[in-house]
Design a protein around this ligand. Structure first.
Ligand SMILES: *Cc1c(COP(=O)(O)O)cnc(C)c1O
Length: 235
């Protein structure tokens, strides 16, 4: 009997090559450059062995949704130079751990959490890089701040020197057609452009997942968050 040997490493490298092709194609289509797109490998629920395989394939940015799941991986990777992105729902009692372990937070949507992250960011670390998550579809159960409240939050955040605001993030409803996918991404891009009249340093847009990265890139994404199409389906 032959034993099935899983080779995480080649598997990831193949999938990474495909994603890079998709990024390159979307960039050509929109006159952008691939080097302006940061690929975040979303490793939530994935075991350490898969992170190592991804790392060996050259991946350096990883995204996690659940603190308990992420913490041991981050500790284990401390000498590897990985940038860790928190992309999950932020509970107030988890802000200290998030501010301590992560380099980036993508899901900030209220001032109270911003204040806690600011106050709890360890002094020996550089400011925490953050995105504000915007709820474009205004679904009641969805995370993110309403567009109408956005500029107030940005203004208040000017008082928080331990946070370095990068730009906006969204998770639109999943749809299959490119023309439908791109609408909310363009809405986020326009919101960002309006903010830039007063805050010209807000240059980053975190948007696009496995199913809609092309539409996100055409609409100006700078950070795409890919799980399924890099690691396979989650358990
Ligand atoms: C899980 C997750 C992703 C990755 O989604 P895929 O469809 O698996 O690529 C991206 N962003 C956030 C916020 C997520 O929770």
């Amino acid at each position: 009997m032959t034993e099935l040997i899983q080779n995480h490493s080649n598997d990831f490298a193949d999938k990474l090559a495909l994603i890079n092709q998709r990024i390159a194609r979307a960039c050509r289509k929109s006159g952008r450059e691939s080097r302006h797109i940061t690929l975040i490998a979303v490793s939530k629920t994935q075991p350490w062995s898969k992170i190592v395989a991804a790392y060996q394939a050259g991946q350096r940015h990883f995204g996690e949704n659940y603190l308990q799941d992420a913490q041991p991986k981050i500790v284990q990777s401390s000498s590897m130079g990985i940038e860790w992105h928190f992309i999950g729902k932020i509970q107030a009692n988890k802000t200290r751990a998030i501010a301590t372990h992560f380099n980036w937070v993508h899901t900030l949507d209220r001032i109270k959490i911003a204040q806690r992250l600011n106050d709890q960011r360890p002094v020996h670390l550089p400011p925490l890089r953050v995105f504000i998550q915007v709820n474009l579809s205004r679904e009641a159960n969805k995370a993110g701040i309403d567009l109408i409240e956005l500029s107030d939050l940005v203004t208040q955040m000017q008082q928080l020197p331990r946070l370095q605001l990068q730009g906006l993030m969204c998770i639109p409803m999943a749809t299959r057609k490119f023309d439908t996918q791109i609408k909310p991404f363009q809405q986020l891009q326009q919101a960002q452009e309006r903010l830039q009249t007063n805050y010209s340093h807000l240059q980053q847009l975190s948007m696009g997942m496995s199913a809609d990265l092309e539409a996100a890139i055409v609409a100006g994404a700078t950070h795409i968050r890919i799980g399924t199409d890099l690691f396979g389906a989650r358990n």
